[in-house]
Design a protein around this ligand. Structure first.
Ligand SMILES: Nc1nc2c(c(=O)[nH]1)N[C@H]1C(S)=C(S)[C@@H](COP(=O)(O)OP(=O)(O)OC[C@H]3O[C@@H](n4cnc5c(=O)[nH]c(N)nc54)[C@H](O)[C@@H]3O)O[C@H]1N2
Ligand SMILES: Nc1nc2c(c(=O)[nH]1)N[C@H]1C(S)=C(S)[C@@H](COP(=O)(O)OP(=O)(O)OC[C@H]3O[C@@H](n4cnc5c(=O)[nH]c(N)nc54)[C@H](O)[C@@H]3O)O[C@H]1N2
Ligand code: SF4
Ligand SMILES: [Mo]
Length: 921
């Protein structure tokens, strides 16, 4: 739908589809194609800034990329051993409705389930939730937010009464003490992190404390880093409370006037002296005292947290223990003060607002409350909402595995990557009688299990709203038509509801409940459901968002603006109006390390990749920070195992085993390891980190303990390496690379260690790495060369040392290298990637690519260092711009360097000074 605002037709304001920061973007489009993306200077969340993921969104919408990677039309398979076939929407939806209706008729409504996502728009989410709870007659709908925000939601409800982060981003600049715990915003919320850096620069008094078992990018800027043992947060926060009490830094008046339950917690805190907690957490007692003092003495203390607290067997109590510190000191409801949970997905908040989880109902209502169920049933005009809670993510897949849930509908999430205990999840998906996958990308790990694939419209193609971490509702707008035959998620759900109604003989009812023709009608219904609730948005409309831009909730009818800060009056939405302290105690992680599995494995995010990489995995430059899944460990832990930085190690536990490259990282304590969560079976051999994680969940939030798994790490004996670098060719080199990447995936299961990815800021490349127990034979090598299209005779340069089983082959055209295969000895890969991508190998030196030496030729024109990571601009490009007479403005306009996150501006300015000052000559 075209936007109706004051922007010229080719610029569409929308919202970034990645993290919960919720940055506004301006999408440039021409002739129905997205050509560029910029930060929206008017959007309050980012004021024009974008991180590298947001800044490369347009690349993921290039026509060649859409063709190579997107799900473009519906596909169905009638037998599991056959591939899916293309069908019409008519056929696809008929199959879906028939199969679901048959299961419901035979086994009842609880034999079907929906597993959806915090990346759906609010309107999509609303329809799915109503479909299940208001029409199908069960509560079997849960979402990936169960893996993400459910402990934050239950932590807020336990203490403050409702699920509402009480702060806004402005508070970051107003705080005197920032307590960042279990969060790495430098990578996971980069534009929030820019605000933290700005606050640091503007206020020399600001204290930043980071609690994280590893020295993350965020910890690097902290005044105090508490490298606590994984899973020991409650002991740390209780001990901080102990110090606050001992040093009289609590606010007794606030506690007396606005809270209840403090006495019980005070008694518990007495047991958590800094010395006791120091033992549990493995950090110095003085550091705990220092953290408590800074927190208690500052005029305004703000906590920021995310998965380090939530993804825990005691995630709800982790959250409560942290929120206690704010309640005990009165650091809440004031500018710069409060417990501010960062949300992960772009619309995790919207999902919570529409009640899109197995135990929730619309507008922050609870399924457990008969009154709330009756209110929602009345609002929807249905006889009742069933009382029995639905299955939550982990339970749901267990029920699928037991055959209790027979038909499963998955939308906008990739459970064969992101759920814990992958072997069981994948077995469950095999067991299911009928799996529908509603996806924008047709080749995710989950797609392998889909009997029916429904192509979904995605970023840049769909309309609706999302809510970010600070409760701000933004419009998401379409700049172009959906790729192929893809349809908007809400529209698929509405169509399905009508057809299921027909199959069940309830067609009229379905049309009455789901009359929507546009997302705006859904938004309006959702809005009306919030009347009188804590998140009342009855004052909002698409029109108002259009005119006045994104707005914070609550925004009730008649309000002038949303509320930036909740609880300023000290009244809380609990029955007594008081916030609650919860008696929380330290507990062990579900699966502690032991002698057989002595390493505690942590997992999380890298700045430039998004979850299962369906979208970010199509952008070569987003691989530059990390080309493969690398396990970080302390150098001593590696040395004990006979490993060095860059070696291959076998990582295993009772669940599975994977071969990974290791990196020596001194910032990680001994006994801990860190693995990014992004790589799954499409980019490596094996399921990725969730091969190792277990299904234990928090008893209140039912969020699984994804952050911790015990593993063993040993040297892998795979002496025969293989590496292939291959450039894309033809008019759309990226599309050609993506097609090659797809083909290369077939090789992944064949090697005990294998990894594939993209690379390159000039020519896009596919890079494949593998290692084997024995040398590859001729036939294997020929097959690999054929797969990468390296077997052509013309332009081939070969080197073979049969005795040492080393074989290399390069392919060139017109003096330019197109690709190289290295077998038996692969060190040249390190420089070949840049030499091919940047095309900087002198034509007379092509033979160097296969030479039995690993160093690059001296005449290799060295690649210039990247200065602006977001726009991917090198020092040489900036210098060339300056030589052409460009100043900072000119460079920013032409090259876009420094216009996204702004992090490189000091460096760019330095280069300008160096090149333009009189001494520079
Ligand atoms: N680039 C990028 N950004 C993203 C995403 C992405 O995929 N890529 N995903 C988005 C989503 S959905 C989410 S939920 C957020 C997640 O955002 P974050 O939670 O900030 O990111 P993570 O890397 O998952 O974990 C944060 C930190 O928790 C630490 N940690 C682990 N165990 C513990 C513990 O026991 N206690 C404490 N205190 N800390 C611990 C880890 O070492 C890690 O540094 O990121 C969002 N932003
Ligand atoms: N070990 C470990 N595991 C984790 C985590 C961790 O830190 N450690 N983090 C957990 C957390 S916090 C989260 S949020 C999950 C995330 O896990 P997932 O939800 O599995 O992650 P994504 O890869 O983002 O999956 C979203 C899918 O939706 C598709 N998609 C994109 N746009 C659209 C659209 O508009 N419509 C539809 N229908 N599909 C679309 C994408 O192609 C993608 O495949 O992972 C969890 N798993
Ligand atoms: S911080 Fe980056 S990924 Fe997150 S919304 Fe902003 S641009 Fe998108
Ligand atoms: Mo998340």
């Amino acid at each position: 739908m075209p936007n109706e605002s004051h922007f010229p037709p080719s610029v569409t304001p929308s919202t970034c589809c990645y993290c919960g920061t919720g940055c506004g973007v301006l999408i440039d489009s021409r002739d129905g194609r997205i050509t560029d993306v910029r930060g929206d200077p008017e959007h309050p969340a980012n004021q024009g800034r974008l991180c590298a993921k947001g800044a490369t969104l347009h690349l993921t919408a290039a026509p060649g990329t859409l063709q190579a990677n997107r799900a473009l039309y519906p596909e169905v398979r009638t037998r599991r051993d056959q591939p899916r076939q293309r069908v019409s929407w008519e056929q696809a939806m008929a199959v879906a409705a028939r199969r679901f209706a048959a299961v419901i008729a035979e086994h009842g409504p609880e034999a079907v389930a929906f597993y959806v996502s915090g990346q759906l728009l609010t309107e999509d989410y609303y329809v799915f939730n109503k479909l299940v709870k208001g029409f199908i007659g069960s509560n079997n709908i849960d979402t990936n937010s169960r893996l993400c925000m459910s402990s934050a939601a239950s932590g807020y409800k336990l203490t403050l009464g409702v699920d509402a982060p009480p702060n806004c981003y402005e508070d970051i600049g107003l705080a005197q003490c920032l307590f960042i715990t279990g969060a790495n915003p430098a990578a996971a919320h980069p534009i929030v992190f820019r605000r933290i850096e700005d606050a640091r620069a503007a206020n020399p008094e600001l204290k930043i404390i980071v609690a994280d078992p590893r020295r993350s990018e965020t910890a690097a800027i902290a005044d105090l880093h508490l490298a606590l043992k994984p899973g020991t947060d409650i002991a740390l926060y209780n001990a901080m409370l102990h110090v606050l009490l001992a040093e009289n830094l609590v606010d007794r008046d606030y506690i007396a006037a606005h809270t209840e339950g403090f006495a019980a917690l005070e008694a518990i805190a007495a047991d958590y002296s800094p010395a006791v907690a120091a033992q549990i957490c493995g950090i110095p007692a003085e550091d705990i005292v220092q953290a408590a003092r800074w927190f208690g003495l500052s005029k305004a203390s703000l906590s920021l947290w995310c998965q380090g607290l939530n993804q825990s067997r005691h995630g709800s109590h982790n959250n409560a223990a942290l929120i206690h510190l704010h309640l005990a000191t009165g650091h809440i409801g004031r500018p710069g003060a409060g417990p501010f949970s960062l949300t992960g997905q772009p619309n995790a908040m919207g999902g919570r607002e529409v009640g899109g989880m197995a135990n929730l109902l619309s507008a922050h209502r609870d399924l457990g409350s008969a009154e709330h169920r009756a209110e929602v049933a009345r609002f929807w005009g249905v006889p009742e909402v069933p009382a029995k809670p639905g299955l939550t993510a982990v339970q749901l897949f267990e029920a699928v595995g037991r055959g209790e849930v027979k038909a499963l509908w998955i939308a906008c999430t990739n459970p064969a990557h992101s759920l814990p205990d992958q072997a069981r999840v994948r077995a469950a998906l095999e067991t299911a009688e009928f799996v529908v996958l509603q996806e924008a990308y047709g080749d995710t790990d989950t797609a392998a299990y889909a009997d029916l694939l429904l192509p979904a419209a995605s970023w840049g193609e769909k309309e609706g709203t999302v809510t970010n971490s600070e409760r701000r509702i933004s419009r998401v707008r379409a700049a172009v038509a959906a790729a192929g035959e893809a349809r908007a998620d809400w529209a698929i759900a509405v169509d399905f509801a009508h057809r299921l109604g027909d199959e069940l003989g309830r067609g009229e009812e379905a049309r009455r409940l789901f009359p929507y023709r546009r997302p705006e009608a859904i938004f309006n219904e959702h809005r009306d459901s919030t009347r009188g609730r804590d998140l009342d948005i009855t004052g909002l409309s698409y029109g108002l968002l259009e005119q006045r831009g994104p707005q914070l909730w609550p925004f009730p009818e008649g309000a002038e603006a949303g509320l930036p800060r909740l609880y300023a009056d000290g009244r809380f939405p609990t029955p007594s109006g008081r916030a609650r302290f919860v008696p929380v105690q330290h507990q062990e992680v579900a699966e502690p390390t032991d002698v057989d599995q002595p390493i505690s494995l942590l997992s999380g995010r890298l700045r430039d990749q998004w979850h299962g990489m369906s979208r970010t995995g199509t952008v070569p430059r987003l691989f530059h920070g990390a080309e493969e899944a690398v396990l970080a460990m302390h150098p001593c832990d590696l040395r004990h195992r006979g490993l060095e930085d860059g070696d291959l190690a076998r990582v295993s536990n009772g669940r599975d085993s994977l071969v990974l490259r290791v990196a020596a990282v001194a910032g990680l304590k001994k006994g801990r390891a860190w693995l990014p969560m992004h790589w799954g079976s499409r980019f490596m051999h094996g399921a990725g980190v969730n091969a190792f994680t277990g299904p234990a969940c928090d008893p209140i939030s039912l969020q699984p303990e994804l952050k911790h798994a015990p593993v063993q790490v040993e040297k892998a004996d795979l002496p025969w390496p293989l590496a292939v670098v291959r450039a894309g060719e033809g008019p759309d080199a990226l599309a050609s690379s993506l097609a090659l990447l797809q083909r290369a995936r077939r090789l992944l299961p064949r090697f005990p260690y294998a990894s594939v990815g993209l690379y390159g800021r000039g020519q896009p490349l596919v890079v494949f790495r593998a290692a084997a127990e024995a040398p590859l034979d001729e036939a294997q090598i020929r097959e690999i060369d054929a797969l990468f299209d390296l077997e052509r005779e013309e332009g081939a340069i070969v080197y073979a040392d049969r005795r040492r089983h080393i074989g290399k082959r390069a392919l060139a055209r017109d003096g330019h290298l197109l690709g190289v295969r290295l077998a038996g000895e692969t060190q040249a890969l390190a420089w070949l990637k840049d030499a091919i991508s940047d095309d900087v190998l002198d034509p007379d030196l092509l033979r160097w690519a296969v030479a039995p030496i690993s160093t690059p030729p001296a005449k290799l024109l060295r690649a210039s260092p990247v200065v602006c990571k977001c726009a991917d601009i090198t020092q040489a490009q900036i210098e060339a711009g300056i030589a052409r007479g460009l100043d900072l403005d000119g460079l920013q306009n032409e090259l876009k360097c420094g216009t996204f996150c702004g992090g490189c501006l000091p460096e760019v300015k330095k280069i300008i000074v160096a090149k333009t000052s009189p001494q520079a000559a």
